[in-house]
Design a protein around this ligand. Structure first.
Ligand code: NFD
Length: 268
């Protein structure tokens, strides 16, 4: 669609929510705002207004990210790839993990649509913003923002990091080497600060039949492990981490896979 209506109100409001810690369950991350939320909106507009939305510069959002650095505590950074529908995207439910969408820049921007136009008023509120997947739009402005945010999120990660992948998909495979995770996050991990990588292969309980399509020692996950080893990281890999199964089961408690998981509670 076009730029989200009332985006300036939403942007500043979400920024204030994060900085003032108004969403109580979401106050697990340090906020990192330099200046005010109104100033951050101004910096954000400067990054894309009056510009062709398909010709963003790679560094157009660097000032935005510098003013609102993503932050996660040691051992709590969680990257995800291919999982927006598996209970992960809004981050409220991930407890001891922090995803980009819970940090200041990710919280503000998640789910918003925006793009510029060369003519006044500089922001396109009327016609659909172009997709980064469309031809000639490799430098699409929103995706440029997410790349910048993802780079910064990866650079600040310390200790054990985790990556959650969709273990139930085959095409693309669970680890897609063209994903933001592969191209912007993995290469920006600080090899001196990150000690270990925890791969979480999440299986989708809504898939009929065998949902364990990816395994730790096979296919794309082996490729990922090779990349990690080459960069000097040790790793572990978990097939079907329980927390992510319970998250899905909370939303679909009668699913046969969930009933099974709780059978230990039946007293004979
Ligand atoms: P994904 P990922 N062009 O599930 N992140 O590894 C355009 F336009 O495949 C967060 O790529 O995982 N959009 C958000 C794309 C967006 C493209 C991007 C592309 N070539 C990255 N590829 C967000 N919250 O919106 C992917 N997308 C879009 C961070 C598409 O909307 C996350 O914190 C898709 O639903 C995570 O650590 C979404 O990006 C990692 O990068 C995710 O694609 C996930 O990127």
């Amino acid at each position: 669609g076009p730029t989200t209506s009332n985006i300036s109100d939403i942007f500043v409001g979400r920024c204030e929510e994060h900085v003032q810690c108004l969403q109580q369950d979401q106050c697990n991350t340090n906020t990192t705002l330099r200046g005010t939320c109104d100033q951050l909106w101004g910096t954000f507009v400067d990054a894309f207004a009056y510009k062709d939305p398909c010709q963003a510069g790679n560094d157009d959002y660097d000032a935005v990210i510098a003013a609102a650095m993503p932050h996660a505590n040691k051992d709590e950074s969680l990257f995800w790839s291919g999982l927006p529908k598996l209970a992960l995207n809004n981050g409220r439910v991930t407890g001891r993990y922090t995803i980009l969408e819970e940090t200041l820049p990710g919280y503000i921007a998640n789910g918003l649509t925006w793009c510029g136009q060369t003519g006044a008023p500089g922001i396109n509120y009327n016609t659909p913003c172009p997709s980064a997947y469309s031809s000639g739009c490799a430098n699409e402005t929103m995706y440029t923002f997410w790349r910048a945010a993802s780079r910064a999120f990866a650079r600040q990660a310390t200790g054990t990091i985790s990556v959650a992948l969709d273990g139930s998909r085959t095409n693309p495979p669970a680890f897609r080497n063209t994903s933001t995770f592969a191209t912007n996050e993995l290469p920006n991990l600080n090899t001196a600060a990150v000690t270990h990588v925890n791969i979480l292969l999440v299986y989708d309980i809504s898939v009929k039949g065998d949902n364990r399509r990816a395994l730790c020692d096979k296919g794309s996950i082996k490729d990922l492990q090779t990349l990690l080893t080459d960069r000097g990281f040790t790793y572990t890999c978990i097939e079907g981490p329980r927390g992510f199964k319970f998250l899905q089961c909370a939303g679909d408690p009668d699913n046969a896979r969930c009933v099974e998981a709780c059978s230990f509670a039946v007293i004979p």
